[in-house]
Design a protein around this ligand. Structure first.
Ligand SMILES: [Zn+2]
Length: 408
């Protein structure tokens, strides 16, 4: 079937959506449930309805556009929320390419054997409570206490944010009850890394999506005078952290090459140039595409953390903030996407996604796959985020044709 998306229309949609939440630094600031996001949601609803799709929204604010048919649902989507001062392509590309695909299928009156639904999931970026609020709600995987009593990343109680919207904690927790039986989920996304551009290949076929383990940690020692406490008598919390950061990174780099470990945020207390740090608060995050490596890193890094605290006379505290498991994409989806790349004459490369995506949450319900297009200069989550329109056209056509293979 020789059907193609209309790249000019898709480009127009992306540019229109990219103007909503435009900030003074030239980026897009559209965290879920912000005034800009509410405006973007109304815009998306109008677009879905204009396309002739059947619009619905669930209790978590996930938005859908459906072509009804008997049988299980083939779904494609992503998210339209952004990080503060982010770009206009992360997420938006996947939602609007799915919309364009569905629109073309309706225009060509292609008969389907399965229902086709496009999806835009709430708060993929995790600005509210934890990552993937919308897709986790869709799957019934949310922590009830977090939803009812959690604070957003901006420090506000989540329930106060909800008061400015039509959504409620009860509605969010019940959203999964509206989930249709799924056949498969597909997500087109920018790569957010440099590999495809460096290789000169327009399409990445995602084989694995990394899992993530994220903890808030602290070493607690003793503060003291920086001039009078001899080095050998100190319980310097910062040195515990420094020791751990170096040794844990070295451990991951040598024993689990390809996995990642990052200490991203540090606060020393009392935080004075003349006082030994009595407490070091820090985040520790690691990611891997291998479930075995995830388990080994968790076991060995936290054993090392305890070891260091014993040697240095410190106390180590940690609390799990978020955790996702690595996902292996179903081989039948990888093959289908590759076949469609070949039939369109586009080179493709199998890749691992180091970033998390709604597709990995959806993998709990059905075969879930991803198509990447290059991120020029590997840039994302900044105003400089870009796409090459030619690559987007290729990626969106691969999405359209893979959806038809699954649903028609
Ligand atoms: Zn994204």
């Amino acid at each position: 079937m020789d059907i193609r998306i209309d790249i000019d229309r898709l480009k127009g949609d992306l540019e229109e959506l990219g103007r909503i939440g435009r900030d003074e630094y030239g980026g897009v600031s559209r965290p879920s449930f912000s005034p800009a996001d509410l405006e973007a949601r109304a815009w998306l609803r109008k677009k879905i309805e204009e396309a002739g799709l059947c619009y619905r929204q669930d209790g978590a604010g996930n938005q859908f556009g459906r072509i009804e048919c008997a049988g299980r649902t083939v779904m494609a989507g992503s998210h339209i929320d952004t990080v503060p001062n982010g770009g206009m392509f992360d997420g938006a590309v996947g939602v609007l390419a799915a919309l364009e695909a569905a629109r073309r299928i309706l225009e060509e009156k292609i008969p389907l054997k399965k229902a086709l639904e496009i999806a835009s999931f709430t708060d993929e970026e995790g600005n509210l409570v934890g990552d993937f609020l919308g897709s986790r709600a869709f799957m019934g995987l949310l922590d009830e206490n977090e939803v009812r009593n959690g604070r957003t990343s901006f420090g506000m109680p989540f329930r106060d944010v909800l008061k400015r919207t039509e959504f409620t904690a009860d509605g969010i927790l019940a959203a999964h009850k509206d989930r249709p039986a799924l056949e498969a989920y597909l997500e087109l996304h920018i790569e957010q890394g440099p590999v495809l551009e460096e290789e000169g290949i327009p399409i990445g076929v995602v084989e694995r999506i990394s899992g993530k383990h994220y903890r808030q940690c602290a070493y607690v020692g003793e503060s003291g005078h920086a001039g009078t406490t001899p080095l050998e008598l100190r319980h310097d919390a910062f040195l515990g952290l420094a020791d751990l950061a170096l040794r844990a990174t070295q451990f991951v780099a040598t024993k689990h090459y390809g996995s990642m470990l990052t200490v991203g945020k540090v606060a020393l207390h009392p935080g004075s140039f003349s006082v030994i740090p009595g407490r070091a608060d820090f985040t520790l995050e690691f990611r891997s595409a291998s479930p075995e490596a995830m388990a080994a890193i968790e076991r060995d890094v936290f054993a090392l953390a305890e070891d260091i605290s014993a040697t240095r006379g410190l106390r180590f505290i940690s609390k799990v903030i978020d955790q996702t498991t690595p996902v292996t994409v179903a081989p039948r989806l990888v093959s289908l996407i590759e076949e469609e790349c070949r039939s369109l004459g586009h080179a493709s490369l199998r890749v691992t996604s180091g970033a998390g995506h709604d597709a990995q949450i959806l993998a709990g319900a059905c075969d879930s796959g991803m198509i990447f297009i290059p991120s020029p200069d590997g840039v994302s989550h900044t105003p400089g985020e870009r796409v090459d329109w030619g690559d987007l056209e290729k990626g969106a056509n691969v999405l359209l044709r893979t959806l038809l293979r699954l649903a028609a």
